[in-house]
Design a protein around this ligand. Structure first.
Ligand code: HEC
Ligand code: HEC
Length: 190
């Protein structure tokens, strides 16, 4: 019995030691601000907003950039030297920031068509209503149009493949024109 308890404690220790810490993340985030905004509300449409993103998803993306499962010439080098604790702290910090941007783009008929395409594909089954995200599934509501469109195109063309097939499968039958409508709709949400 005692032995079992010790094993349990030993298993739990690393989890406790790597608990995420938003305050530590704030210091580590200084370097990210140039591209993502100091509080994660990026004003550059190609750079994703991190404010209000789920901590788990941010951690997983940083890990994937570091390990080469997701690649980007600007972002990959930024993740290269982060430790697991750094990634967890950064995730905690950005998740706790308030998403303040409003990124509507495109006219109302394009946005309405995007909603129809999203409803037909049942995107919210995973992303939840308003594309608010949960755990490893990203919040994409209110994300920059340009960034969202690039990700949809990258998934469809299998240039981005760190999604365990979830996104590549759902986009396979959606036309390139409809990807623009989807991006306009998603960006228009809060
Ligand atoms: C030189 C600019 C630059 C800097 C500095 C930078 N990033 Fe990025 N980051 C990017 C770009 C560009 C992308 C989008 C890549 C793509 O299009 O796939 C990105 C993507 C990301 C993503 C994925 C977000 C998503 O919605 O999938 C995360 C998380 C991230 N960055 C976190 C960070 C953190 C944390 C730091 C600081 C340690 C940082 N970035 C520093 C440019 C930068
Ligand atoms: C079966 C679940 C599932 C469905 C359905 C789904 N997604 Fe996703 N989506 C995911 C997951 C998981 C990720 C994150 C993949 C990763 O870790 O890289 C993602 C990533 C994304 C991203 C990239 C976000 C970012 O910050 O880089 C966008 C944009 C997106 N989804 C939009 C959509 C749209 C639009 C639809 C409907 C057409 C949809 N998704 C349907 C699971 C799903």
């Amino acid at each position: 019995m005692k032995k079992l308890l010790l094993v349990l404690i030993l298993l739990l220790l690393p989890t406790l030691a790597s608990a995420q810490d938003a305050a530590a993340g704030k210091d580590k985030a200084a370097i990210c601000g140039a591209c993502h905004g100091v509080d994660g509300n990026s004003t550059i449409p190609q750079n994703p907003i991190l404010a209000g993103q789920t901590a788990r998803y941010i951690y997983l993306q940083l890990r994937d950039f570091k390990e080469g499962r997701r690649k980007d010439p600007l972002m990959s080098p930024m993740a290269a030297n982060l430790s697991k604790k750094d990634m967890l702290d950064l995730g905690a910090y950005f998740a706790a920031q308030k998403h303040t941007s409003q990124n509507s783009k495109g006219d109302s008929s394009l946005i309405a068509h995007g909603k129809d395409v999203a409803d037909a594909a049942i995107c919210t089954m995973c992303h939840l209503g308003g594309f608010s995200g949960q755990n490893e599934i990203p919040k994409t509501g209110g994300q920059h149009y340009e960034y969202v469109l690039k990700q949809l195109q990258d998934f469809k063309a299998k240039r981005r493949t760190n999604d365990a097939g979830n996104m590549t499968a759902v986009l396979r039958t959606i036309s390139d024109e409809d990807l623009k409508a989807l991006a306009a709709y998603v960006a228009s949400l809060d």
